[in-house]
Design a binder for this molecule. Structure first.
Ligand SMILES: [Ca+2]
Ligand SMILES: [Ca+2]
Length: 120
């Protein structure tokens, strides 16, 4: 084996030995997840019923929401008066929605425990 081939083999082995697959947990933004849970008929808008149910919908239970779901809020937010809330009409509220428990929390804890076990 010539010098170049040896160097290439060593480099390849080094890459194989030290390469760790990239692992990460990613979750969609809390706002997007909330919207998907609240828009139960998937028509891209929230009608009054979906709006009011969103406060109690079990699928929206993992969200901290700091705005109220009343009728008055619905009327106030419905800028174009079509009796539906489009995402752009709720833009100001997006920052008021967050996860109670981020979907990656379990994954992060699992990774931490795995690393601790490996270094015991
Ligand atoms: Ca809908
Ligand atoms: Ca509207």
């Amino acid at each position: 084996m010539n010098k170049t081939a040896v160097l290439a083999t060593v480099t390849a082995l080094t890459v194989l030995l030290f390469a760790q697959p990239v692992r990460a947990c990613s979750a969609i933004d809390a706002w997007e997840a909330w919207w998907a849970a609240a828009d139960t008929n998937r028509d891209g808008t929230l009608d009054r019923r979906e709006w009011q149910r969103a406060a109690k919908n079990p699928d929206t239970a993992n969200f901290v929401i700091t705005f109220r779901f009343g009728r008055a809020a619905f009327r106030r937010l419905d800028d174009n008066g079509d009796k539906r809330l489009q995402q752009n009409e709720l833009r100001a509220l997006q920052a008021q929605i967050d996860y109670v428990r981020h979907p990656c929390t379990d994954w992060a804890e699992e990774q931490r425990n795995r690393i601790l076990r490996e270094h015991d």
